[in-house]
Design a protein around this ligand. Structure first.
Ligand code: NAD
Ligand code: USQ
Length: 404
C-alpha cells in the first residue's frame, strides 16, 4: 500500500464535489495542504436547507468565497470554487472535467441526512433525484471525457443494513456458494434503512456497472457516523471553521449528545438505545480520503470498497459515557425511526488498516473539545429544533406525538 505522505501531488488536480459541506470542507483543506490543486464544486444546497429548516450550523461558518480566500492567503495554496448543481447541470460538469483534467473526483455532493430523507414525499423524492442523478452525471461525464479519472465516492455503512450481520461485515463483497456449487464474490446485499440509505445502494449498483462496462476506476467508501467538527486545518483561522449540525434532521448522534450536554438538555436516546453504529472522527475522514486517493484501483478492477470506520458503539453506551463526563441526564424517547432496537455490529476496516491508518477513538480530550465548542456557541441553539421532527411511518409518528 501507498501511504498518503509518499505521493507526489505536484500538478495533480482533484475536484471535491460537495466541498462546502461538513466532510467536504475539511477534506478540501487537507488535500490542498498535501499539495493537490483543489477545485470545490457545490451548489450550496445544504446552506439552503438550513433556511428551509430554520436552523443553522451551531458554529458560524463563513461564506464560501470568504473562507477560501482566507485559506489561500494563509496556506500559500489555491483552492478554487465552482457553483454548480452536479445532478442537473451535466454539460457544465463535463466542461469542467475537460478543462481541469483532474486525476480524481471526490464525490460528497449528496443529500446525506436520513431523517430529512424521510420528512415527507417532497424530501424523499428530492433525495433520490439529487443523489442518484448526481452520481449518474459524474460517471457519465467521466466516460464522455475519455480521461482516466479515479472516482472516490462517500458511501455509508448503512448499505449493509443493521441487525443481521451474521458475523463480521466484510468490505463490500461477500463470498457465497451458488446453487450450482460455484464460489463467487458478490456485492454485499443491500438493506437500506431510509430513503437516503436506499439512494446510496442505488449509487453502488451504478458504480458496479460503470467499473465493469467502462473500466472506470472507482473507490466507494462505506463511512460510519462522523463526529467532531475541528481539524488541524480548520483550526488555523476563525473563518475556516467547519459546520456543526445539531438539529434532529442533520445532527449526528454523538455530536447531538455533546451539544445537549453543553446546553443542559437531556440526551435523547431513541428507543432502548441498543442500536450499535460505527463511528469515525472528522479528522480521520480527511486522512482516509487522502489514503484512498493515493491507492487507486487499476483499470478493469472491480469497485474498491473500504469500510471507513474507527470503532463501534451502542447508542445507550455513548449516552452513558457523555452523561458520566458531563452530568447530563439521559432520556429514552420513542424512536422516530423504523430500525432494529438492538443489534450487534462487527466491522472489518482491514483495507485502511493495512495502509497504516491508526484512527483516533473517543478520547476524552476530543470529547471535551467538542463540548467546549458547543458551550461556546450555545447561544446560537434553537431549542425547538432538537426533538425529532421526521418520522419513518405513521405508527412511529403517532407514538412520538403521544409521548410529547
Ligand atoms: P453535507 O450536507 O454537510 O455536505 C454535502 C455537500 O454537498 C453540501 O455542501 C451540499 O451543498 C452539496 N451538494 C449536495 N447536492 C449537491 C448537488 N446536486 N450539486 C452540488 N453540490 C451538492 O454532508 P456531509 O456530512 O459532508 O456528507 C458528505 C458525504 O459523506 C455524503 O455523501 C454522505 O452520504 C457521506 N457521509 C456522511 C456522514 C456523516 O456522518 N456526516 C457519514 C457517512 C457518510
Ligand atoms: N439516535 C439517537 N438519538 C439521537 C439521534 C440519533 O438515539 O438524538 C440514533 C438513531 O436512531 C440511530 C443512530 O443514533 O440509530 C445513528 O443516527 P445518526 O443520525 O447519528 O446517523 P445516521 O442517521 O445513520 O446517518 C449518519 C449520516 C449519514 C451517514 C450515516 C453513516 O447522517 O450521512 O451515511 O451516519 S451509518 O449510520 O453508518 O450508515
Amino acid at each position: 500500500g501507498n501511504k498518503a505522505g509518499n505521493v507526489n501531488t505536484f500538478g495533480k488536480t482533484v475536484l471535491v464535489l460537495g466541498g462546502d459541506g461538513f466532510c467536504g470542507w475539511p477534506t478540501a483543506l487537507h488535500l490542498s495542504d498535501l499539495g493537490y490543486s483543489v477545485v470545490i464544486v457545490d451548489n450550496l444546497s445544504r446552506r439552503k436547507i438550513d433556511i428551509e429548516l430554520e436552523c443553522e450550523s451551531l458554529t458560524p461558518i463563513a461564506a464560501p468565497s470568504e473562507r477560501i480566500a482566507v485559506w489561500n492567503a494563509l496556506s500559500d495554496r489555491e483552492i478554487r470554487f465552482e457553483f454548480m448543481d452536479v445532478a442537473h447541470e451535466y454539460w457544465h460538469l463535463l466542461e469542467l472535467i475537460k478543462r481541469e483534467q483532474p486525476c480524481a473526483i471526490v464525490h460528497f455532493a449528496e443529500q446525506r441526512a436520513a431523517p430529512y430523507s424521510m420528512k415527507g414525499s417532497r424530501q424523499k423524492r428530492y433525495t433520490v433525484d439529487n443523489n442518484v442523478n448526481g452520481t449518474m452525471s459524474v460517471l457519465t461525464a467521466v466516460v464522455e471525457s475519455n480521461l482516466d479519472i479515479h472516482v472516490v465516492h462517500l458511501g455509508t455503512m448503512g448499505v449493509y443494513g443493521y441487525g443481521s450481520s451474521g458475523g463480521k461485515i466484510p468490505e463490500g463483497y461477500l463470498d457465497v456458494v451458488l446453487p450450482s456449487g460455484e464460489r463467487r464474490s458478490i456485492l454485499h446485499p443491500a438493506y437500506p434503512g431510509s430513503v437516503y440509505h436506499a439512494s446510496k445502494c442505488l449509487d453502488a449498483l451504478l458504480f458496479q456497472f460503470f467499473a465493469r462496462n467502462d473500466g472506470l476506476r472507482i473507490t466507494d467508501l462505506h463511512q460510519g457516523v462522523v463526529w467532531g467538527t475541528f481539524t488541524q486545518n480548520t483550526m488555523r483561522h476563525e473563518l475556516l471553521m467547519n459546520r456543526y449540525d445539531y438539529d434532529s434532521d442533520y445532527g449526528t448522534v454523538l455530536n447531538r449528545f455533546l451539544m445537549q450536554a453543553a446546553c443542559g438538555l437531556p440526551l435523547t436516546v431513541y428507543g432502548s438505545g441498543g442500536q450499535t453504529r460505527a463511528f469515525i472522527h472528522i479528522s480521520d475522514t480527511c486522512k482516509c480520503i487522502a489514503l484512498a486517493l493515493a491507492n487507486p484501483p487499476n483499470r478493469g478492477d472491480r469497485v474498491k470498497i473500504y469500510n471507513q470506520v474507527a470503532e463501534t458503539h451502542r447508542v445507550r453506551d455513548l449516552a452513558a459515557l457523555v452523561a458520566r463526563k458531563t452530568g447530563a441526564s439521559v432520556h429514552q424517547i420513542p424512536n422516530p425511526r423504523n430500525e432494529a432496537s438492538e443489534n450487534e455490529l462487527d466491522v472489518s476496516n482491514q483495507n485502511f488498516r493495512s495502509l497504516g491508518w491508526d484512527p483516533v477513538t473517543l478520547e476524552e480530550s476530543l470529547l471535551e473539545e467538542v463540548v467546549g465548542v458547543a458551550e461556546r456557541y450555545r447561544h446560537r441553539i434553537r431549542r425547538d429544533k432538537v426533538m425529532p421532527s421526521s418520522f419513518w411511518n405513521r405508527e412511529r409518528e403517532e407514538a412520538c406525538r403521544a409521548n410529547a
